[in-house]
Design a protein around this ligand. Structure first.
Ligand SMILES: O=P(O)(O)OC[C@H]1O[C@@H](O)[C@H](O)[C@@H](O)[C@@H]1O
Length: 223
């Protein structure tokens, strides 16, 4: 069952690292624009497991002058996808970053809703992403009636997405403290009706000393 939206122009699970934009660097950093290499792949009880690696290079150094390693492990199952992102400081000085998994879910936008965010503090990036408005989510089910771009701080470790296509997707996480809902509406007129983004995010900066690592996990499953 395909739960992730894929399109030639956008889709998948792009990595926002080392910045969840906007900020001083280019929007959402550089990790999504770089080639990751395959570090390891195996078959565990019939399930493909692949580990991808990204290291700094001239392109990243021009924007962020640090040595780092990012490992992204993906485990595919017929009804679930598990991912684990580990960032390690391989430099001799500390660095800090923010991050997100910008997951695009296949959906019918008019029927889609997310349950589990009621009570969260929100930073609404609509209308001005650089000056988000603080608020609190009061709805049991958050829908996508138009343009949506909102950060949920200290989001729960489990939320449920009704994709409007008859599926409920459970989104679990460890250490992704925040969430972001996004649908571009008419900014992406050709395809906005077919997906919603429910992003696991780390909005507050993570600080890593040399040799320290940070890990966050995500588990997507379909009922
Ligand atoms: O167009 P991009 O760089 O992929 O970003 C898409 C959106 O990504 C979301 O995560 C942000 O909250 C939005 O503000 C942003 O517009």
């Amino acid at each position: 069952m395909l739960i992730i939206y894929l399109h030639w122009d956008s889709g998948g699970v792009p990595h926002c690292f080392p910045q969840f934009g906007p900020g001083p660097m280019q929007q959402h950093g550089f990790a999504r624009n770089m080639d990751w290499s395959i570090l390891d792949s195996e078959n565990v009880e019939g399930n493909p497991v692949i580990t991808l690696e990204l290291k700094d290079g001239p392109y990243s150094r021009a924007m962020w002058d640090f040595s780092f390693q990012a490992l992204f492990k993906v485990i595919l199952n017929t009804k679930s996808i598990s991912t684990e992102l580990t960032i390690t400081n391989t430099d001799n000085k500390p660095f800090s970053f923010s991050s997100a998994l910008h997951t695009y879910f296949r959906a019918s936008v008019t029927g889609a809703s997310v349950k589990g965010l009621k009570g969260c503090k929100t930073l609404n990036k609509d209308p001005d992403p650089k000056n988000p408005m603080e608020g609190k989510e009061e709805r049991d089910r958050v829908t996508f009636p138009g343009f949506v771009d909102c950060i949920y701080l200290d989001a729960p470790s489990v939320v449920h997405l009704d994709n409007g296509l008859g599926d409920t997707i459970t989104i679990r996480n460890t250490n992704w403290s925040d969430a972001v809902l996004w649908n571009p509406h008419m900014q992406m007129e050709a395809c906005y009706k077919d997906f919603v983004c429910v992003e696991n995010a780390k909005i507050g900066k993570v600080q890593l000393e040399p040799e320290q690592s940070w890990t966050a996990k995500q588990h997507l499953s379909i009922n």
